[in-house]
Write a protein that binds this ligand. Structure first.
Ligand code: ATP
Ligand code: BTN
Length: 321
């Protein structure tokens, strides 16, 4: 963190959207103009566009509003809220601390250097453009109940977005949010062993908000809330507050009542309901029509052999139409 503090101070200066000369920035930070230039290059590596115009100085290409830790803390009850601007992975941060956390503790970041998706795939995480949010939850029902969590949290996220007027977002089994058949967000559920009968769970969400189309490293069609909301994206801190609150409610409900109430809620939002898909199950491939999910959180597929249910971390769903 300390090694990033100069860059973060520079960014805070630039976040007013004005030009700032290298000389003034250097004076403010007690460093040379050459050092300013070096730090600006480092900031650009986090995925932020900064212009430099001879005689005027540096300016951010786009407005930047950083997450407000104080607003997030004020809105939380007992659980901790850690906003770590530069991090490897918000999921990893919580997984490393499960013994000292209470259920509902969250970690948010502006940039992840090693954001990850399922099966260790990279989650592209440029600075300030998206939401990277993770929550620790001690699941008393144990490991077996963890499979349903990405579905429960997915439903909670889409419904929370609908509540603030963001419509049209769908779900792809078991862990993605989609818009217009493109990936908008992903949910990653990870476990760090048992605490008695309970399981230590970390749930992470990467939600694209205003990610630039030039971003590299994503190997499938993707989108951001800018497209969903015609440029009027919600404030990131307020959205994070709404999501934290929605996750609390959904996880508590899941612990008390299980999956049953979530089944119709998921099915209403299923991007592939009634559509033909392929299920990739290790080396095996199955074709069929999606019939929603069951109370275990398994995907239901109408195949030439009849109705089948499939569940497991190694299964991927692909559209087939
Ligand atoms: P499945 O798990 O069903 O195979 P998937 O292809 O979406 O689905 P995941 O592991 O869930 O795979 O997600 C990781 C994938 O998401 C990466 O392979 C990458 O293509 C894509 N990806 C990485 N970063 C982003 C991002 N910010 N927005 C959208 N997609 C991303
Ligand atoms: C996926 O689609 O496979 C899930 C992507 C999950 C990304 C989020 S971003 C916050 C949290 N930290 C991580 O390293 N991953 C999750």
């Amino acid at each position: 963190m300390k090694e990033h503090s100069t860059k973060l101070t520079l960014l805070t200066c630039l976040s007013d959207g004005q030009f700032h000369s290298g000389e003034k920035l250097g004076e403010l930070l007690g460093i040379s103009r050459a050092a300013v230039s070096k730090h600006i290059k480092g900031i650009q590596c986090w995925g932020i566009d900064i212009f430099r115009i001879q005689g005027r100085g540096y300016q951010l290409a786009d407005p930047l509003e950083m997450l407000s830790q104080s607003s997030l803390v004020a809105a939380s009850d007992d659980a901790s809220v850690d906003v770590i601007p530069i991090i490897d992975s918000t999921n990893q941060y919580l997984l490393d601390r499960t013994s000292e956390l209470s259920s509902g503790s969250v970690c948010l970041a502006e940039y992840q250097a090693a954001g990850r998706g399922r099966r260790g795939r990279e989650w592209v995480s440029p600075f300030g453009a998206n939401l990277y949010l993770s929550m620790y939850w001690k699941l008393d029902a144990g490991m077996a109940a963890a499979m349903g969590l990405s579905l429960v949290v997915g439903v909670a996220v889409v419904e929370a977005l609908e509540k603030i007027g963001v419509q049209g977002i769908k779900l792809k089994w078991p862990n993605d949010l989609y818009y217009n058949d493109k990936k908008l967000a992903g949910i990653l559920v990870e476990l760090s062993g048992q605490a008695g009968g309970a399981a230590n769970i970390v749930i992470g969400l990467g939600l694209n908000m205003s990610m630039k189309s030039e971003v590299e490293g994503i190997d499938q069609p993707w989108t951001s809330l800018t497209e969903v909301c015609n440029g009027e994206v919600p404030n990131r801190t307020e959205l994070a507050q709404a999501l934290i609150c929605a996750w609390h409610t959904a996880l508590t409900d899941y612990e008390l009542n299980g999956m049953s109430g979530f089944v119709p809620r998921w099915n209403r939002l299923d991007n592939f309901l009634g559509r033909n898909v392929r299920l990739l199950i290790g080396p095996r491939e199955l074709e069929g029509e999606v019939m929603g999910i069951n109370e275990q959180g398994a995907v239901l597929l109408k195949t030439h052999n009849g109705l089948e249910s499939h569940i497991g971390g190694e299964i991927s769903l692909r559209k087939n139409d």
